[in-house]
Design a protein around this ligand. Structure first.
Ligand SMILES: NC(=O)c1ccc[n+]([C@@H]2O[C@H](COP(=O)([O-])OP(=O)(O)OC[C@H]3O[C@@H](n4cnc5c(N)ncnc54)[C@H](OP(=O)(O)O)[C@@H]3O)[C@@H](O)[C@H]2O)c1
Length: 361
């Protein structure tokens, strides 16, 4: 497969699709909607806050994401916040949802809420930062299904201090990078078997502040900085999402990284307690919207993706149903080609998790 080179990167404007999706079909946004979107994006607060979601939805006339009847989707971090809202939305759209969380009671609570909304759901207790837990889940899933239509990586947390996972890795990188890498590797054959599956990684706008640098990805206990560790891991999630696209899109597995904006969740309240924006914060279902829209395959109908369906582009960082630029600060631009970054990160993850090292694509 070819590679996406730095110089080939399109501007955020050029990355805008020719249309937004209404029920999975592309319709061109009006010039006014385009101008409003650009204005919101330029202000950051306008884009990330609830204002951005409401204004874009109204101006572009968003419909519900496409129906997902007959599809099976696994959602991590689904016991709370955005992941919970993703699970509920997918259940309403007809998908069978596998609700993954660490706390048995809260995970079953979300699964029950999906069922009482008329959907189908299975609850599973999984700590994504723990290799044996993720592996046990993959086995349990394989015993029930031989296909998987969607995988949403939502598990995440901004930690106040240095912690180590059961496998001995710094917890932020274990939860956001190594965990998704390992779980996806175990489930990849099932994703491939559907012919049109999607992986969606819920990253964060916080990643805009950090450059991808594999040497500084896993922070040590000395002078640990939780916000910086989080931003680096979230940047690495975007690199990993592109690498999945590069490796697997030709086999029918799309991979998208997105950010939800600023969302009123228990995770935000505990991770950034001073970040009190009140009514400007999005509701969980609003933060979840783009992840649901992507995993149900809506972006496949856009010219941007359709035109490059078999090409390993997979670039852009999705927010509010549009791919956005990945670098707003000059020093965060990569120094090496994107596929080199991706391969390096893959090897780094393979060495630490012990899976995927023989996948030499
Ligand atoms: N809220 C925002 O403004 C915002 C902005 C940008 C990105 N995000 C991202 O959105 C995602 C969801 O966050 P949220 O705001 O909805 O926070 P949340 O309400 O705290 O939800 C986070 C979920 O991740 C789970 N989780 C954390 N570590 C895990 C692990 N090792 N294994 C399995 N599950 C784990 C949590 O489980 P427990 O309940 O057991 O802790 C919870 O279900 C995160 O990736 C976050 O980084 C959020």
């Amino acid at each position: 497969m070819g590679s996406v080179r730095e110089g080939q990167y399109k501007s955020p404007r050029a990355l805008l699709p020719t249309g937004t999706s209404r029920g999975g079909r592309a319709h061109p946004p009006t010039p006014l909607a385009r101008a409003l979107d650009a204005l919101l994006e330029a202000t950051v607060v306008g884009s990330f806050s609830r204002v951005g979601y409401l204004a874009r939805r109204a101006a572009e006339g968003w419909d519900d994401p496409p129906r997902a009847d007959g599809k099976v989707v696994v959602v991590t971090g689904a016991s709370s916040g955005i992941g919970g809202a993703v699970a509920l939305a997918l259940g309403r759209l007809g998908a069978e949802v596998w609700v993954l969380g660490r706390d048995a009671g809260r995970t079953e609570g979300v699964a029950e809420a999906v069922r009482s909304g008329g959907g189908r759901a299975e609850a599973s207790v999984v700590d994504v930062a723990d290799g044996s837990s993720a592996e046990a889940f993959a086995e349990r899933y394989r015993a029930v299904h031989d296909r998987l239509d969607g995988l949403v990586h939502c598990a995440g947390a901004l930690l106040g201090g240095y912690e180590v996972s059961g496998d001995g890795f710094e917890m932020t990188v274990a939860t956001h990078v190594l965990g998704p890498y390992r779980l996806t590797w175990h489930l990849a054959p099932l994703l491939e078997s559907t012919g049109a599956a999607a992986i969606v990684t819920v990253s964060s706008g916080g990643m805009y502040t950090e450059r991808f640098d594999i040497g500084r990805l896993e922070m040590g206990p000395e002078r640990y900085d939780g916000v910086r560790a989080y931003a680096r891991a979230k940047r690495a999630q975007v690199v990993l999402a592109h690498e999945w696209w590069r490796r697997w899109s030709s086999r029918g597995v799309a991979s998208y990284a997105m950010h939800p904006g600023w969302v009123d969740t228990p995770g935000l309240a505990s991770g950034l307690p001073f970040f009190r924006l009140g009514p400007l914060l999005r509701r969980p279902e609003e933060g979840a919207d783009t992840a649901v829209w992507l995993v149900t395959g809506a972006a496949r109908s856009l010219d941007l993706v359709e035109g490059a369906a078999l090409a390993p582009t997979g670039d852009g960082f999705w927010h509010d149903r549009h791919p956005r630029g990945e670098y707003y600060l000059p020093w965060t631009r990569p120094k090496v080609e994107l596929d080199v970054q991706g391969r390096k990160l893959w090897d780094w993850c393979a060495t630490r998790t012990g899976v995927g090292s023989d996948d030499d694509q």
